[in-house]
Ligand binder design. Structure first.
Ligand code: CO
Length: 134
């Protein structure tokens, strides 16, 4: 069911510093920052030949990654995003298998303008998983 690894998301305390590091030190193609008010984050995408890295920092009050950064003040891997062809079919299969979908279990529009869902990290070995329909 899952396809390509679309991105690895890393929560960072200082988005500009992290983006600069990927560009200057690691020599990566870094895109411009993008605000995602619906998700409470500001993101920078980094294009790699086989996948992307998504740097995330809190945006506004009550950001879902604020607690993560409190526990991991220097940042850390926040989630993995896998591609699926049909997000509603994927959701129904996961629910039937007993996995928990976060929130109201209806896809939201994610950072790429495509529908996304998040799965409970406790059901997947402590890893928050995002599914994105491509
Ligand atoms: Co993501």
């Amino acid at each position: 069911m899952i396809g390509r690894l679309n991105h690895v998301a890393i929560a960072v305390p200082d988005l500009a510093a992290a983006a600069r590091q990927y560009e200057a030190v690691l020599g990566a193609q870094v895109r411009a920052p993008q605000d995602e008010p619906d998700h409470g984050v500001r993101v920078v995408f980094i294009d790699l030949p086989n996948t992307k890295v998504e740097l995330l920092t809190p945006l506004g009050e009550g950001s879902p990654i604020a607690g993560f950064l409190e526990k991991n003040p220097s940042g850390g891997i926040h989630h993995l995003c896998f591609e699926v062809e049909d997000i509603l079919a994927a959701r129904d299969r996961l629910l039937a298998e007993g996995a928990r979908v976060l929130g109201p279990a209806e896809p939201k529009i994610g950072a790429h303008g495509k529908p996304v869902l998040f799965l409970h990290p406790k059901d997947f070995n402590g890893t928050l998983i995002e599914l994105e329909q491509v």
